[in-house]
Each structure stands twice: as C-alpha cells, then as structure tokens.
Design a protein around this ligand. Structure first.
Ligand code: NAP
Length: 313
C-alpha cells in the first residue's frame, strides 16, 4: 500500500503553466503540491535559447525552468518528482494515483500536463526511433557531428531545430510539405540564408531508409506532393518537428475535450467541464502555445482555483 496524502490544490505538470500556478497558489496560502511528471520542467528543458521571454533577451530553456522550479519552491509550493498515472474526477475530493504508489486527494486540481511531440506515423520511423530518428535536436544533435541530417516540418520548432543542428552536422536539409513556412519571420530569414541549410519544398516523407545490422538511418525517401515523384536524400539523422499533441490521456472521458484532444475551458477562464478542475498551458491552448502564454494561464488557473475554493467554504 502506498502513502495517502491530501492537498488543497494539486498541480499536475511542471512547465511554465504548472510552476506559475504553483507560485500564485502558494502566495494565496493554499500550500499547493506540484507533481512534475515524466519530463520535469516540460518542453523548454529540451530546447536551447529562448529569445522571447520578456525581460531576458536570451535565456537557456533548461535554466529558465530551473529558475521557475526554484521560485515555486521558494514561495512554499511542494514540488514532487513523480508521475500521475490515474485520475478520478467523478467525485470530490479528486483522486490522483501516482507511479510511486501515492494516493493523492485534492480539493481543487490544476492540470498543466502540456503537449508531446507528434510523429509521422510511418512504420520505418518506428523502426529507427533512437537509431537515427529523433524528435529532439537538442537531445540528440550531438550524435550527428560531421554527418548529414534531415528535418521535417515548417513551424518554429522545425526551423529552430534545423538551425541548432548546423552546430554539428555538415548539411541540414529541411523538408516541408508546402511552399511556405509557418515559422516566425525572423527564424525563416536565419534559415534561408544559412549556408549549411537546404530546403526542399512541397514534399512529404514517404519512408525512412536504413540498415538493421547495426541499426541506423541512411536516408529518407521524399515524395513530391503534386507530381508524386520520389527522391532519396542521404542522411544519418532524421528529426521530426511537425508539432505537438496535448497530453490529455489522463482526463479522456472525464473532461470535455475539443480540437483533437485539447481540454476545453470556458472562454476567458481556465474552468473545465468539471467544477474544481482547471486547465492551463499547452494542454488547453491550441492557438498560442508560448511559454509566456502558458505562464499567464497558470496564473489564471491559480486565481480561478482560489476563488472557487473560497466559494466552497
Ligand atoms: P506547428 O507550428 O504546429 O508546426 C507544425 C509544422 O509541421 C507545420 O509546418 C506543419 O505543416 C507540419 N506538419 C504537421 N503535420 C505534418 C505531417 N504529417 N507531415 C509533414 N509535416 C507536417 O508546431 P511547432 O513548430 O512545434 O510549434 C508549436 C507551437 O510552439 C507554435 O505555436 C510555435 O509558435 C511555438 N513555438 C515557439 C517557439 C518560439 O517562439 N521560439 C519555438 C518553438 C515552438 P503545415 O505548415 O503545412 O501545416
């Protein structure tokens, strides 16, 4: 039997939304508990420079998250390295069970589980995951020193990853399915003028090519979206950067979801379809998805939870 604990406010997730919620809830004397989840610090811990966090012209993602964690702890929040594996929102107090066996009960819940990288869904992608196929250039870029790599995607993540990989690779090819990128202009300009980067437009990845003994990627087969013509591009590393999907598995069937799995909140608030349960950050936001907007929503969630708890007394 694991431990049983109770808290007024349980925060699930430790990205900018979770830690900001913790700072606000702690300062409201609610003694919040943060369960960090699988990736303490969230997506910013696998990025490099963050250049749009107000007040810092440049800060490393992992440093920013370490500072947020420190800030949350300093205000009195309890931060726990554990993973919530099951949630029961059918009755109050809400129940969360964790990987370590703890059974948490909470009067109010703030969900800030964020989002995870999306994959293409090709069998060859699955076959070479960890053997040349990656969704994290900052984690795996180093392995491709002096080699050629391919990145797929046309958003900020793909462009940032392509730029980052030029630190190691001899050549970076960005493959995009359309003829224009959706990444910010400033990033597009850096990409297009980089001597090590080539862009292949209007093409999809049909297959990742490789060998089994030892396992490794040798290239990718691309298909032109209009003509169907294929071409093989040699590479040792293949990076998938095609966006993210909300981590809403825990609440599937318990909360109203929309737009492909995002937790639905009442407009202008963080209130979900279950009173007492609040959601913030990439778990609920399919539009802005920025560190600073997530932090803002974390603040809103703590204020919403505080008001809701006060109304229950
Ligand atoms: P995103 O903006 O949703 O872009 C995903 C890209 O992948 C799009 O170009 C999309 O193509 C492409 N794509 C999607 N499915 C595909 C498939 N099956 N095959 C091939 N291509 C596919 O995702 P993101 O780049 O991860 O960014 C997510 C959010 O985080 C955004 O709001 C972004 O602004 C933010 N972000 C911000 C920063 C920053 O501010 N520095 C850094 C990273 C991320 P289409 O264009 O054709 O749809």
């Amino acid at each position: 039997m694991g431990e049983a604990r109770h808290t007024r406010v349980l925060i699930i997730g430790s990205g900018p939304a979770g830690y900001t919620a913790a700072v606000y809830a702690a300062r409201a004397m609610l003694s919040p508990v943060v369960i960090q989840g699988m990736q303490p610090g969230g997506q910013l811990t696998i990025t490099t420079e963050v250049e749009n966090w107000p007040g810092r012209t440049e800060v490393q993602g992992p440093d920013l998250m370490a500072q947020m964690e420190e800030h949350a702890r300093a205000t009195g929040a309890e931060v726990i390295a554990d993973i919530v594996t099951r949630l029961d929102l059918s009755a109050r107090p809400f129940v969360a069970r964790t990987d370590s066996g703890t059974r948490w009960t909470a009067d109010a819940l703030i969900l800030a589980t964020g989002a995870q990288a999306r994959w293409l869904g090709l069998p060859s992608e699955e076959r070479f995951k960890g053997f040349g196929v990656s969704a994290c250039a900052t984690c795996d870029g180093f392995f491709y020193r002096g080699r050629e790599v391919v990145v797929v995607g046309g958003g900020n993540t793909a462009v940032e990853e392509a730029l980052f990989l030029t630190n190691f690779a001899t050549k970076v090819t960005l493959v995009h399915r359309r003829d224009s990128l959706r990444a910010e202009r400033i990033l597009q300009e850096r990409l297009l003028r980089h001597p090590k980067i080539a862009v292949i437009w209007n093409s999809e990845v049909a297959e990742i090519l490789g060998e089994d003994n030892p396992p490794g990627v040798t290239g990718v087969r691309l298909r032109h979206v209009a003509t169907g013509e294929t071409q093989d591009i040699p590479c040792a590393g293949f990076f998938v950067a095609i966006g993210h999907a909300p981590a809403s598995e825990l609440v599937q069937g318990q909360l109203e979801l929309h737009n492909g799995g995002y937790v639905k909140v009442e407009p202008g608030s963080t209130r979900t379809s279950v009173p007492g349960v609040f959601a913030a950050g990439d778990l609920t936001d399919h539009i802005y998805r920025q560190a600073v907007t997530s932090a803002g929503m974390g603040c809103m969630a703590a204020l919403d939870a505080e008001r809701w708890l006060a109304g229950q007394e």
